[in-house]
Design a protein around this ligand. Structure first.
Ligand code: ADP
Ligand code: MG
Length: 422
């Protein structure tokens, strides 16, 4: 059976040069594909070819097995709707008139719109939240409102494939959520949607497939988890990404930590002893600053463990709710003996992770930094006092204290920290 849409060896561009190079893609019913890529990578060019606004140089695009060029425009208009990136409409049509234009492919020549058309238009006006503007001129609307009208026009068209080029660029969060939910519903009703998205996290949360374009070439196509990898994002966007998981949707979550890093030689090695999320921001900041961070013993479900793993840090870990084993205590002691600095956070300490603090008794104190954010400035002692005794002993011996991440980084940069508080 032929796919809804099939793109084979597609090459396309403008007079001066080819932008898209040998693109392949199969689109089936119920796919919601998000196209991602840097500026100028060819995303809009690709949608223009699919919408027949731009002719390809070579290759083919098949809609239900038929070459696009062979399909009469009116027929095509019943199958494919397109919301372009630029939405300037110079003429003073009313909003209702613009949305009714979406019905043109369905209205026979020399006939007025029928009740089906009126119904489709009213529904689209409602779904996009523009009913109250229906009789106003499109030129009197804000950019975001105008964008919603153009989405309404495409919805009124009742097509099989919806092409959206950065549809939410000017749209507020509430309407963005409503529209993307509507679009997702229309996909469940057997349609397909191909959208260019600026916001990687929005695309990851809603699209079932992502297509990553880089310089006119498909760098990756697949599920958000398969496409949004460190390697892909580093290469395509030239960034140093943190890829976590959105706890609400289960989709990947991308945060840009900085520019793509080239590995530095002779990095200082820092061992971070933390837990319960008390070290997550710090380990991110240290990695961004180029330090080689290793994590002391963490429980495998701990927030710090998950963040460390997402950052690609080496971690000594124990299964949830187990005490640190003698073996791991020893491994940590060996790691600490090789570290340039050890940072201890204001983590909760119980008998299970007490050895994390105990091993520091054997360490040269000048290399220890206690990261104790205000206002508590102490660890959460769940050992009945033993952990506090250890911590106070570290302070008495002269461990450096820092209360903010910036203070920790300054201490590290100073080489050898001052004694006492920074
Ligand atoms: P994207 O949507 O990914 O930001 P585009 O598809 O709009 O990128 O553009 C891809 C490349 O084609 C860019 O280098 C852009 O400058 C060029 N380009 C876009 N439109 C035209 C045009 N009408 N004439 C010539 N070059 C164009
Ligand atoms: Mg574009």
């Amino acid at each position: 059976m032929s796919s809804l849409l099939e793109v084979k060896d597609l090459v396309a561009g403008y007079q001066t040069r080819d932008v898209l190079k040998e693109i392949q893609l199969r689109v089936d019913e119920q796919m919601f594909i998000g196209i991602l890529g840097p500026n100028g990578s060819g995303k809009s060019t690709f949608l223009q070819v699919l919408a027949r606004s731009l002719k390809s140089t070579s290759g083919s695009v098949l809609l239900n097995g038929n070459e696009l060029d062979t399909i009469p425009f009116k027929e095509f208009g019943k199958k494919v709707g397109y919301v372009p990136q630029e939405n300037s409409i110079p003429f003073s049509y009313t909003v209702r008139d613009i949305v009714m234009m979406g019905r043109n492919p369905h209205i026979p020549r020399f006939r007025a719109p029928g009740s089906d058309d009126e119904r489709a238009v009213n529904e689209a006006l409602k779904l996009t939240g523009v009913c109250e503007f229906a009789d106003r001129s499109i030129t009197s609307l804000s950019g975001g409102e105008r964008q919603r009208v153009l989405i309404a026009r495409a919805l009124a068209q009742q097509v099989d494939i919806l092409l959206l080029d950065e549809p939410f660029a000017h749209i507020d969060l509430h309407h963005q959520y409503e529209l993307i939910s509507q679009i997702q519903n229309s996909v469940r009703g057997k349609k397909a949607v191909i959208g260019v998205f600026h916001d990687i996290n929005l695309a990851a949360a809603y699209c079932d497939h992502l297509l990553l374009l880089s310089d006119g070439v498909v760098r990756a196509f697949g599920s958000p988890h398969d496409v949004l990898t460190t390697e892909n994002l580093e290469e395509v966007f030239n960034i140093n990404p943190y890829i976590g998981e959105n706890p609400v949707t289960g989709a990947p979550f991308v945060f840009v930590m900085g520019e793509k890093r080239t590995e530095k030689a002779n990095l200082e090695m820092i061992v971070l002893i933390s837990g319960a999320g008390s070290g997550a921001c710090l380990m991110t900041a240290l990695k961004r600053s180029g330090y080689l961070v290793r994590c002391g013993v963490l429980s495998e479900q701990d927030t710090d463990f998950l963040v460390a793993k997402n950052l690609g840090l080496e971690v000594i870990s124990e299964p949830p709710f187990s005490r640190i084993s003698l073996e791991h205590e020893e491994e940590l002691a060996v790691l600490i003996s090789k570290a340039d600095r050890v940072i201890v956070t204001s983590m909760p300490v119980g008998w299970g992770n007490y050895p994390n603090l105990k091993v520091l008794e054997r360490m040269e104190i000048e290399r220890v930094i206690l990261y104790l954010p205000e206002p508590e400035s102490h660890i959460l002692d769940c050992t009945g006092g033993a952990a506090t005794v250890l911590l106070n002993h570290l302070i008495e011996r002269g461990a450096c204290k820092a209360h903010t991440i910036n203070e920790v980084v300054s201490l590290l940069e100073m080489g050898r920290g001052s004694d006492g508080d920074i």
